[in-house]
Design a protein around this ligand. Sequence first.
Ligand code: S3P
Length: 171
Amino acid sequence: MIVLVGFMGAGKTTVGRLLAERLGLPFVDTDLVVEEQERRPVRAVFADLGEPAFRDLEEAAVRETLDGPDAVVSLGGGACGREATRRRLDGHLVVHLRVSLPESLARTSGDSNRPVLQRPDLPDLHTARQHLYEEVATVSVPTDGRTSDEVARDVLQRIELDRAVRDPEDR
Ligand code: S3P
């Protein structure tokens, strides 16, 4: 299982799909799991049920996905806000795709399916979340100014190195 975390616009879905393809694994995006279960887009879940209800659904979706078959998994940008989720990530290969706030905004501009982008405290949220992502991550990869393909290749290299360090006898 490879789990991708990071702020909105980090490229978790795009890079996740590339990694899944290259590793021959299925790709699971926990936002899509929630959308399929709820039969409506994330923005409608926020609008109809409120953010706390979305976070409950998201936490359950992450739990079910991590308990499921091997996959490349992309978590929504706010999923690591739940302590239970951070604990569940312990022992997993977790990749933090780092993105600065300006680049995140440039990549997501005009996306109406991300209600959190409207928050007035977005810069503080971005800063606070970096600590959470780094706390759970075993590998941290910069994405600013790089294509998804470059990022995916970097992730694969770093995962190899990470594995070699953890299991030197596998080499
Ligand atoms: C959110 C990020 C979104 C989605 C929801 C809330 C957040 O996922 O889960 O809009 O709180 O940062 P992405 O990170 O895939 O955009």
